[in-house]
Design a protein around this ligand. Structure first.
Ligand code: ATP
Length: 304
């Protein structure tokens, strides 16, 4: 993270409990240096109330609040939450860059991290999903940080209550149509009853998973040096099947920004194995594009 003393520190401020606690903590640590960035997604009727609450809190604390108004509706085939998230990160990065902020802090905490693991397990995710949210990452040329990942939701709320600091409650957080909310309401309380140290143990497992994924990424990057980018089919065939799968996932994720499903990857591996003659064609749908044979190499083309 850049030196917080050298540039303004931006807080992604929804006006909810977690980012209110973050704004307050950052303001206490770096008085006069903090700015709040609020995104109005234009999706829920409550968005106007959140914006009003954000402006009110900023004024009371003497912190400038910058608002970006969006139309974050999803494209066909995209989930509404995913669309809102993509638009939000873009808007936060744009606002931070325009104001010379060194980083943007986000309010996700230890309970959010545990929910993320449960969500990933529920959809049968691979290691990148099971590794959870990173503490620090770069997007759109801006560094984002999540300083609350080791802190519980309850302690953040208790801290706000003790300071008599008001915050907005998002009604959609209780909506049982969202899987995350059902996990928070039913699964985690049941888990917590039998395993009181659940936050720490789940976080430890996620750290192990993230480390293992880091090693797999290193191996894939080394193997890609041998096969070239995009990978040569003959060089791929010389690798074991799990290494081929690891390399293909890495190539598609890092170089083409797509994640193949298990079925798509299995089909691709079968095709690569069968590709032993000059005339053998490969043409497989992967995510929103196709992987094809192009001479002695693979090629990914996005559908237009
Ligand atoms: N509308 C928004 N404007 C600015 N930042 C946001 C907005 N929505 C979310 N964020 C940032 O992303 C983090 C995680 O979002 P999430 O939707 O899980 O939180 P929330 O329930 O909306 O709010 P909070 O985390 O503040 O209680 C927030 O803590 C906040 O830092």
């Amino acid at each position: 993270m850049p030196d917080p003393l050298a540039a303004p520190v931006a807080v992604a401020f929804s006006a909810g409990a977690d980012s209110t606690a973050l704004l307050l903590a950052a303001h206490t640590l770096w008085p006069g240096q903090v700015l709040a960035l609020h995104v109005h997604h234009g999706l829920q009727a409550a968005a106007d109330d959140f914006e009003a609450m954000a402006l009110l809190t900023g004024r009371a604390l003497g912190i400038p609040v910058h608002v970006c108004r969006l139309d974050a509706r999803a494209q066909p085939g995209q989930s509404p939450e995913d669309a809102a998230r993509q638009y939000r990160y873009r808007a936060l990065a744009d606002m931070a860059r325009q104001r010379g902020a060194g980083c943007v802090l986000l309010g996700q905490h230890a309970d959010d991290q545990a929910e993320t693991l449960m969500l990933a397990l529920a959809r049968g995710a691979g290691l990148p999903g099971l590794a959870g949210m990173p503490e620090r990452f770069e997007r759109h040329g801006v560094v984002f940080g999540r300083p609350w990942l080791g802190v519980s939701s309850a302690s953040l709320r208790a801290w706000l209550v003790a300071r008599r600091q008001a915050f907005a409650d998002d009604p959609s957080n209780a909506d049982p149509r969202f899987t995350r909310n059902r996990i928070r309401a039913h699964l985690l309380p049941a888990w917590a009853q039998d395993f009181p140290a659940w936050r720490e143990t789940l976080a430890r497992s996620m750290r192990h998973i993230a480390q293992a994924q880091g090693l797999l990424d290193e191996l894939a990057a080394e193997d890609l040096q041998g096969t070239g980018v995009p990978p040569a089919i003959g060089a791929l065939q010389a690798l074991s099947r799990p290494r081929q799968a690891n390399l293909l996932r890495h190539w598609l994720r890092r170089h083409e920004a797509v994640a193949p499903s298990e079925v798509q990857l299995d089909a691709l591996l079968l095709q690569i194995d069968a590709c032993r003659t000059r005339g053998h064609r490969i043409h497989l749908k992967v995510a929103d594009g196709q992987v094809q044979r192009d001479g002695d190499r693979l090629r990914f083309d996005r559908s237009v």
